[in-house]
Design a protein around this ligand. Sequence first.
Ligand code: ATP
Length: 381
Amino acid sequence: MGELWIRGVSKRFGRVLALDEVDIRVNNQEFFVLFGPTGAGKTTLLNIVAGIHVPDQGQVYLNGRSIDHLEPNERDVAMVFENYALYPHLNVFENIASPLFSPRYRKSNVEAKEEVLRVARLLDIFSLLDRYPAELSNGQRQRVALGRALVRRPEVFLMDEPLVHLDAKLRHQMRAELKEIQNKSLDTTTIYVTHDYREALSLGDRIAVINRGRIEQVGSPEEVYHRPASEFVARAFGDPEMNILEAELVEDAGRLHLNLFGKPGHFPVPDEVRKAMLKHSSSSVKVGFRPKHIRFYPEDPEGNHVAARVYSFEPLGETAVLIAEAGDRRIRLLASSEHAWKIDQPVHLEFDMNRALFFDASSGKLLAPSGERKEDVVWRN
Ligand SMILES: Nc1ncnc2c1ncn2[C@@H]1O[C@H](COP(=O)(O)OP(=O)(O)OP(=O)(O)O)[C@@H](O)[C@H]1O
């Protein structure tokens, strides 16, 4: 069992409010991702759960019992850091076994061997058991560090960017393996810190998005991606980043439109979001379009298009990022790399209003649409 409740936790370092009334419930056996930019408060929160920092306010409960009074070594949590410090004079077997000989576990040699072999099987590192850390690659060292945490069978596993120092390919592979380990063999609750949105989406059962010490949203990967609670969350997931444009709502002949690029007639607000927008007290909004929800053409087709020019074109293998400039606005678009676009070439943009997200212009909170979204439409350019 590893049900964790971080209840109203705040922590200040001098003038920095690192955590501001954070309230999170992590379910038993959940793979829970804490995602946010640098300095958001992720490590501070892990340190509070581990007992390394004491919160100024709030409590931490494990399985319904407060653990605030417990020292770090008395808590049933294991932490894996980004810097996987292994003992250089011990081989892999001894490194993994080392926690089992601490006063807390005091396992016999036979028991310890069984545990190390269990973990080695899980992580597929049998062949490395005799080697010393200096004889391992980064990825192998990271695996051994994971093994050392796993061997303790903690109730809660705290991982602070454990893959951050691996190269992209290895990170991807380890990500898949971590997921596999969690799915198949671990009955542990995990809190996993990352500032990589792909890692968050691929690993998390749920994701908490943290920004300047405050939780912006807690939700499934689908929820945070398709129903971001705020402009911050919307921008944080996706590459190229969502386009968020300031606009005015205009009512015309009983219909609601957006005044964007000085073309009010071009952007009708869909009926399903109209009601919510009519209730909104201000006519100013921010409207978000994912790059893939803006079509674009080299020639001027008939219909509701916005004339722009190519500002930059960056091929990235299969796809490319095209940035178009319309007036003083730059719009990020997802293009195919097969067709090269020239700088300053005319490009005509078509915005899919049915996929637009509307945010409050001052608070950045999502206004509409709410509820289930229709299946993603794949746009091709
Ligand atoms: N011991 C400390 N003393 C002073 N300020 C601190 C201390 N630890 C953290 N902070 C500050 O608290 C804020 C949150 O830091 P924290 O390390 O938790 O962020 P993070 O989200 O883990 O960032 P990163 O992704 O860069 O590791 C930052 O502004 C940081 O500078």
